[in-house]
Write a protein that binds this ligand. Structure first.
Ligand code: HEC
Length: 301
């Protein structure tokens, strides 16, 4: 593709370093964001990994139980022993009575296991030293509150649109992508960002929209990865990849008039499937076997 301005590979090295520094930092940021999602929403159903149930429980709520019970079976599971959790849940199910709170030893458990984090000094966490606050978590779990959704929505819309502003700006200097795909890759994150935020609200209203949360999140991730990888390769590895390497075949193939768009799409899907399937099963197995237990231990300490 011919450009009216300097392409990524022709930028001066200081600019390349600046672009690369930014891309690497937001890349690491993205990794931590995923880790954060796995540890909060991912644990909502008590099991590791993100599922539709996790999304439903987080936004719509698990309306068959109370907030306290669902948290004790989910994200807060590791903070108390099975007996202690059982005792709290039983107390909640019996009406969360204030007299029984002390008499049945629930206060002691909460003080020992929970109040280390849930105290008045922890901003954003409910203070369990205040009985009324604790009591408010023993009612039906109806998921995220409108107040918290409003807060998280505006932070995400402002913050993430900035990330994609700069990632998109850097990627707009790429030359190996056709104009069409470039516009698509740059515009897609904004579309998916809005779809993602809307889908939280929709899931709060009806659980069937939970799939939309995952779909929009994946769309954002894919366009981010595409722009990230293309920009880095063009800046530092243009010759080995796009002149001598596999990228050269790609450019030939892209410009071949024999290949209709449908044909191209089929080939791309096939290729991606061949590459992704073995890699993902390997990564999944390694993760469950080696990485996840280590991370779990680390957080326990
Ligand atoms: C290591 C610190 C820590 C300990 C110990 C801990 N929690 Fe939490 N708790 C958190 C954090 C952090 C969150 C917020 C997680 C999130 O954003 O989803 C949370 C959230 C909660 C919530 C949901 C609050 C809300 O606003 O929706 C409940 C209920 C809860 N914890 C109960 C407990 C109970 C009961 C215990 C004791 C058995 C406990 N926690 C022990 C850190 C802790």
């Amino acid at each position: 593709m011919t450009l009216n301005y300097a392409s990524l590979k022709n930028h001066d090295t200081p600019i390349k370093v600046l672009f690369t520094g930014y891309l690497c930092t937001v890349g690491v940021g993205y990794f931590f964001a995923i880790l954060q999602i796995l540890f909060t929403h991912g644990m909502a159903d008590g099991q590791f990994g993100l599922s539709i149930n996790d999304i439903v429980y987080s936004y719509y709520g698990n309306r068959s139980g109370t907030v306290m019970e669902n948290q004790l079976n989910g994200a807060m599971k590791a903070n108390a022993s099975a007996q202690e959790r059982f005792a709290i849940i039983e107390w909640v199910r019996n009406g969360a009575d204030e007299d029984k709170y002390t008499d049945d030893g629930i206060e002691k458990i909460i003080q020992e296991r929970c109040a280390t984090c849930h105290n008045k000094d922890a901003s954003g966490l409910p203070n369990f030293n205040d009985f009324d606050i604790l009591k408010s978590y023993t009612t039906e779990d109806s998921g995220a509150t409108f107040a918290s959704l409003t807060r998280v929505s505006h932070i995400h819309l402002f913050g993430i649109s900035f990330i994609f502003m700069f990632v998109g700006l850097i990627f707009s200097f790429a030359e190996t992508t056709t104009m069409q795909y470039k516009c698509l890759a740059i515009g897609m994150p904004y579309f998916f960002l809005i779809a993602d935020i809307m889908s939280w609200w929709l899931t709060k209203i009806h659980p069937m929209f939970a799939w939309l949360v995952i779909f929009a999140g994946m769309g954002m991730g894919i366009s981010f990865m595409f722009m990230w990888v293309t920009s880095i390769l063009e800046m530092w590895l243009f010759k080995p990849v796009f002149v001598d390497g596999i990228g050269a075949h790609y450019i030939e193939w892209r410009d071949d008039p024999e290949n209709t768009p449908i044909k191209k799409l089929m080939i791309v899907v096939q290729k991606i499937k061949c590459v992704i399937t073995p890699i993902s099963s390997y990564v999944h197995a390694q993760w469950l076997e080696k990485v996840w237990p280590k991370i779990k231990n680390l957080f326990k300490k």
